[in-house]
Design a protein around this ligand. Structure first.
Ligand code: RIB
Ligand code: CA
Length: 314
């Protein structure tokens, strides 16, 4: 089967890191055009560095890494060091990576890569605030027909918000960019907290990463041990939700997931509910479908896939 051509936009973050490693373990199925980074979990200077660190951890030297927007389109940047640590991928070694950062701005790379592509050929995989994607759409709307689909991590409905009572972090940080993306007219698959809260990295699953027996598995274990502590305290669970790898897992094994065509509209006016993903799950409005809302997952199958692909790395 032909490889899917994808472009990853992220804000590493330990869960973004595991998402990248899953993608690196599936390059027989995924043609990764580039990795763009955005301010989110930690400031841009760290997310772009962290993406390059994870490339080196995964033994990847041939995928270009770009830095994008260092703040949301309209609002002040909100970061999440309290979750991810001061460096963003705390738990693994932090250093100045050898892998170079590309000099081109991420938004320009996204536009250029899409403008060169055939219609319906590129899948965008954003797992941070949607600033780079929103800016690319505004800068060059002609990229839209090139996008096959957007598989994003963000939003929440039944789970409630994780940053405010009504908003999930990625959407909350840049609701205006999210609004542009959800109105862009291209197929969108949403991995909200409603599904990511079903893939919990329990102690046994953390140990399974170490049992892989490679450097990458050990690094994932160490990052998860750091990353889990916040959500374990917050939710009283054994482990925390592994949000971002759900996007890549969906591309590799869509049958692990179940979802529904819905309308998602993003709140950009009210400070009380800023960044809420108002999801019409039961067709109580005339708003047209603009997204597939993923709400179910085979969690054991997800972690089996994750372990299998991480085992392919150094
Ligand atoms: O709300 C979870 C999302 O926000 C994840 O993508 C995490 O990495 C942070 O970016
Ligand atoms: Ca993220």
């Amino acid at each position: 089967m032909a490889r899917k051509t994808i472009l990853i936009d992220c804000d590493p973050g330990q869960d973004d890191a595991v998402m990248l490693l899953l993608a690196f373990g599936a390059r027989d199925e995924l043609d990764i055009l580039g990795i763009t980074t955005v301010a989110g979990n930690v400031p841009l200077a760290k997310t772009q560095r962290n993406a390059r660190i994870i490339c080196e951890l995964g033994g990847v030297t041939d995928i270009p890494v770009f830095a994008g927007c260092d703040r949301p389109m309209m609002r002040h940047l909100v970061t999440a060091e309290h979750v991810h640590g001061r460096e963003g991928i705390d738990g693994t070694a932090i250093y100045d990576p050898t892998l170079p950062l590309q000099t081109q701005h991420a938004v320009d790379f996204i536009v250029d890569a899409l403008m060169k592509a055939a219609d319906d050929s590129i899948t965008l995989v954003p797992t941070g605030p949607l600033t780079n994607i929103g800016m690319a759409i505004v800068r060059e709307p002609r990229i839209l027909p090139k996008i096959r689909e957007i598989v994003l991590m963000g939003g929440a409905m039944r789970e409630g918000g994780n940053t405010t009572p009504s908003a999930e972090f990625n959407i909350y940080v840049d609701p205006h960019a999210a609004n542009i993306v959800f109105r862009c007219g291209r197929p969108i698959v949403v991995m909200p907290l409603d599904v990511t809260h079903q893939v919990i990295t329990t102690g046994a699953r953390v140990e399974s990463f170490a049992n892989i027996g490679n450097v990458t598995g050990n690094a994932v274990k160490a990052m998860m041990e750091f990353y889990n502590r916040f959500d374990e305290d917050k939710y009283g669970t054994d482990g925390g939700p592994l949000h971002d790898p759900c996007t890549i897992a969906y591309l590799l094994a869509p049958d692990l997931f179940s979802g529904k065509a819905v309308n998602v509209t993003v709140e950009t006016q009210s400070e009380l509910t800023m960044g809420a993903t108002v999801t019409d799950f039961w067709r109580v409005t005339e708003r047209g479908h603009n997204a597939t809302w993923i709400h179910g997952v085979n969690a054991d199958g997800f972690f089996d896939l994750l372990n299998q692909r991480i085992a392919r790395l150094p």
